[in-house]
Design a protein around this ligand. Structure first.
Ligand code: HMG
Length: 353
């Protein structure tokens, strides 16, 4: 059977034509280009996974169409397309195989070569499903706290790290093992719905374990969306104070429950040189196992910020994203949750008369 090479070759994120790698080595390339220009910030779109996992389940056609629009219309370069998890626990992510098959059948080879489509995998059993579907870019996820780990994964933090290790060992057995990439998430970086406040040192231990195992990057998840820039500084001071690794090893993943996500992102990118930000079109999202969590920060709000700072990746279209966010939220009978998108839509209506 023809098996499409799905997101082949990257051991680190793919960037569009005009952007720079988040490989620390690329700083030199950048300084040749301009002494003052800052690196563009890469957006990792998580709407089709983190966003949809708490909504009424959508049919495969709609999930695929969302991803196609995000890539082909809005110009995003990295889109998390779904999860291989228990269908019983997260029915919204059932049929991720079919979503991937449709994308493989309908996206051009060139798009598949230039865009990265990671999928979430919790353990070896579900990794097999993802491998059979032809996936090569994976995201693993571990909580920094025991309470959330038990609710989310049904095991302790150390057991979940062992499962990640098993994933790496399984990938090592593949003949084309260099083609695979694994991104890590740490959830509950500031606050856990079950265990309360989280110590930055604790997050550092889990993040370091993921990097040691081979994750090319760790995305720091404020699952409850309760953090402020003070929390961000405490955590990033801890992470960067204890190791020589650069900011290029970390991404930020903020939910916007308390409306602090954009302030937190500004702090992470301007003060700590973080260059990868996760977000969700139209502010979709939440976590089914974290009571009180709401949507991820909206991609439109992040892009509006980055454009203002002249740090957006080229080719990503804010108005197209706005329309996609409105379209997908309308499927759930509501307006987009992005403030920037709401303002743009109002302006568009008033300009049209
Ligand atoms: C991890 C798997 C796949 C393991 O599930 P599995 O691989 O299907 O394991 P299993 O079927 O072999 O189950 C083994 C036993 O453990 C039980 N079990 C299994 N899971 C649980 C659980 N959670 N709670 C309690 N018990 C559980 C299960 O019921 C079974 O017991 P038995 O029936 O044999 O007596 C499953 O738990 C699962 O699908 N969990 C959902 C994971 C998920 O998708 N969570 C949301 C994404 S994470 C997230 O949103 C955070 C992130 C990444 O976005 C960043 C951020 O915002 O912070």
């Amino acid at each position: 059977m023809y098996k499409l090479t799905w997101c082949l070759r990257h051991s680190r994120p793919v960037f569009g034509r005009n952007s720079v790698s988040n490989n620390p080595g690329s700083r030199h390339q950048l300084s040749n280009f301009s002494l003052t220009a800052k690196k563009p910030v890469q957006i990792v779109e998580v709407g089709p996974r983190d966003g949809l996992q708490t909504e009424r389940p959508l049919p495969v056609e709609d999930r695929t169409e969302l991803i196609r629009r995000l890539v082909l219309d809005a110009g995003l370069h990295k889109v998390e397309v779904g999860s291989f998890v228990s269908e019983k626990r997260v029915p919204q992510m059932a049929q991720t195989e079919q979503v991937i098959a449709r994308l493989q059948a309908t996206l051009s080879t060139s798009v598949q070569k230039h865009v990265t489509f990671p999928v979430l995998v919790p353990n070896e059993k579900h990794l097999e499903r993802a491998l059979n579907a032809g996936c090569q870019d994976f995201a693993v996820f571990v909580s920094s706290t025991e309470g959330f780990s038990q609710r989310n994964l049904g095991c302790s933090v150390s057991e979940s790290l062992e499962k990640v290790d098993t994933i790496f060992r399984r990938l090592e057995q593949e003949p084309n093992r260099d083609a695979f990439s694994v991104r890590g998430y740490v959830s509950c970086i500031f606050m856990c719905p079950f265990d309360g406040d989280v110590s930055p040192a604790h997050v550092r231990q889990v993040a370091s374990a993921l990097l040691e195992m081979g994750c090319y990057e760790v995305s720091l998840g404020d699952t409850l969306g309760m953090g402020t820039p003070a929390h961000v500084r405490r955590l990033l001071d801890e992470l960067f104070g204890h190791e020589t690794r650069t900011a290029g090893k970390y991404a930020v993943h903020f939910h916007d429950t308390y409306g602090m996500a954009v302030a937190n992102i500004l702090c992470a990118i301007e003060e700590y040189d973080i260059c990868v930000v996760d977000s969700s079109v139209g502010g979709l999202g939440g976590c089914p196992f974290a009571p009180g969590s709401t949507g991820n920060v909206a991609t439109e709000d992040v892009l509006y910020l980055l454009q203002g700072l002249e740090r957006a990746e080229r080719g990503v279209d804010l108005m197209k994203l706005t329309n996609i966010g409105a379209w997908i939220n309308a499927k759930f009978g509501r307006e987009t949750r992005s403030k920037a998108a709401l303002a743009l839509l109002r302006k568009q209506r008033s300009d049209e008369g």
